[in-house]
Design a protein around this ligand. Structure first.
Ligand code: ZN
Length: 58
């Protein structure tokens, strides 16, 4: 059985520095990630298309 699969790698840009961010695996709302370029803590706010926003830890 073949089904269309979602891309395994979702790509977006850091809202802070604009650096390209690749999210491995499945993008889930609320998933946290860190920009490898500027170190900003981000979280996923949208999946189609992938969107991220700053996540404030406190
Ligand atoms: Zn960044």
């Amino acid at each position: 059985m073949t089904t269309k699969t979602e891309p395994e790698l979702a790509v977006t840009a850091c809202p802070d520095c604009g650096h390209r961010i690749a999210l491995k695996g499945r993008a889930e709302l609320g998933r946290r990630l860190t920009c490898l370029h500027c170190g900003a803590e981000l979280k996923v706010t949208g999946t189609e298309p992938l969107k991220v926003a700053r996540a404030f830890s406190q």
